[in-house]
Write a protein that binds this ligand. Structure first.
Ligand code: FO1
Length: 460
């Protein structure tokens, strides 16, 4: 039984068979960009103490990571400024390397005669490729610690799960031993040997080769401190409306935490642990934990066991069959990706959702399902619809380029983790949604006005 003071060794796995050596310990921070509640940092601290070696944190800056524009680097850098300060206060330097990690980190580890490298977990294909290369090229041990999930992804299930109902028993069985509090990160026995100057993040952002047409957002304060404040506000005064009002985009009853979770500025385990102990009713607490724990880790499971999570072929066979059967059905409207991007469709509700995405970098969860399904309905083909929805989500959503996003769009358009419904044109047996269905759930006009009039809708 893990009391929360030591690290459950099942959270870490070796990616190569080399032994730990005498030399500085490197935590290669990527997915989980935070100081507090970070199992990868805690594991690296533990190793540094055991080996009596200094600890260094390395961040590898990949130019236009999966095509990310300025909006995302701005949000991420503002978070990294805080992380660097917290690490420095604990005597741990943060070093930034430029370029793809499988070459830059390898060279750096050689130069530093590193004892071992700790990485955090990501199921995304490019990151796994970097790690496969590093596992082979590093002359020291390489570990991966799942600091993003409550139950380590590789432990939750040995294969891709079909739906929440099939992964839930597995996650619930492990919840007690993994949904624990965190120990405080203890600085290693020897303070960092490097006395490197603070990173000039503004200069880095200025000269970054990145698409600057997608501007930074102003409605969400980035960083670990802002994430904690947002979590506290949600648990103190919003979660008690969550179960009943979370599907109403006017109610402001959602957590607003997904950008922080995406960049790892907030630990999902910490959020779930605090939610499990907050004042709200059992129904509200469990409804939030269902999204944060079950649904999110189902999305991680999907990407982990499915390297092609962003192509049409990834959809379940029943969904591919029904969508192909209806591929030649008459589309009432047809739009190009650019027309979708410009929010120039026949549907003011859809346009408002798109405008919210472009202007504020977030879209309410219920609206994202409607938004993706209408892209299916008004695109040339289901495959084109999937590409358009992922392109727009990754380009504008702060939480884009994330397993939750890939799984969410695949659920809406390709029936992933869902089941067949009554058959209709274009959709086939894919679950259908329409504006009148939305109007039965919430005040559609109020939502449209809140987005189109107020240039930056107040998000919470
Ligand atoms: N992680 C990195 O280690 N280096 C980067 O340069 C980097 C850029 C980046 C840009 C947009 C974005 O949404 C995420 C980005 N990430 C970067 C972090 C990223 O969350 C994870 O490393 C991947 O999502 C893997 O899961």
């Amino acid at each position: 039984m893990n009391s929360g003071n030591e690290i459950d060794q099942r959270r870490a796995r070796r990616l190569n068979l080399r032994q730990d050596q005498k030399g500085p310990v490197i935590y290669w921070m990527s997915r989980d960009q935070r100081f507090q509640n970070n199992w990868a940092l805690l594991f690296a601290c533990q190793k540094a103490r055991l080996l009596r070696q200094p600890l260094e944190v390395v961040f590898t800056l990949a130019p236009s990571f999966l095509g990310a524009p300025l909006r995302h680097y701005d949000f991420m850098f503002k978070g990294l400024i805080e992380v660097e300060r917290s690490l420095r206060d604990s005597g741990i330097p943060l070093i930034v390397l430029h370029g793809d990690p499988d070459s830059t980190l390898q060279a750096y580890a050689e130069e530093r005669q590193t004892g071992l490298v700790v990485s955090d977990f990501s199921p995304l294909t490019p990151v796994r490729q970097w790690k496969r290369n590093l596992a082979a090229s590093l002359s020291c041990a390489l570990y991966e610690v799942d600091a993003h999930n409550i139950v380590p992804c590789w432990l939750a299930a040995p294969k891709q799960e079909y739906a929440a109902r099939t992964i839930r028993p597995r996650l619930d069985a492990l919840r007690k031993s993994f949904l624990t509090p965190f120990p405080q990160p203890e600085a290693p026995c020897q303070p960092g040997t490097l006395s490197c100057p603070p990173v000039d993040w503004n200069a880095l952002l200025e000269k970054l080769e990145v698409d600057r047409s997608v501007k930074p957002v102003s409605g969400i304060a980035p960083g670990e401190a802002a994430a904690e404040l947002r979590l506290r506000k949600f648990l103190d005064s919003v979660i008690d409306r969550y179960a009943n009002e979370r599907n109403d985009p006017n109610a402001g009853a959602v957590s607003g935490l997904s950008p922080y979770l995406h960049f790892g500025q907030l630990s999902a385990q910490h959020a779930a642990y605090e939610a499990s102990r907050c004042e709200a009713s059992q129904a509200n607490r469990e409804a939030f934990i269902e999204e944060l724990f079950i649904r999110r880790e189902l999305a991680e499971n999907f990407c982990f066991y499915n390297e092609r999570y962003d192509v049409f072929d990834t959809f379940p066979d029943w969904a591919k069959a029904t969508l192909m059967e209806h591929a030649a059905d008459q589309r009432d409207y047809l739009y190009t990706p650019e027309e979708f991007e410009a929010a120039k469709t026949n549907d003011p509700l859809w346009n408002a959702a798109q405008q919210s995405l472009v202007e504020s970098g977030v879209m309410h969860g219920y609206m994202r399902m409607y938004w993706a399904k209408k892209i299916l309905e008004w695109s040339q083909s289901p495959a084109a619809a999937f590409d358009t929805a992922l392109w727009l989500n990754d380009r504008y959503a702060l939480d884009g380029r994330d397993p939750n996003g890939y799984a969410g769009v695949a659920w809406s358009i390709g029936g992933l983790h869902d089941r067949p419904w009554s058959e209709r044109p274009v959709y086939g047996k894919i679950r259908y949604m329409n504006a009148s269905g939305c109007a039965r759930k919430f005040d559609v006009n109020r939502y449209i006005t809140s987005v189109t009039n107020a240039p930056q809708p107040t998000l919470f």
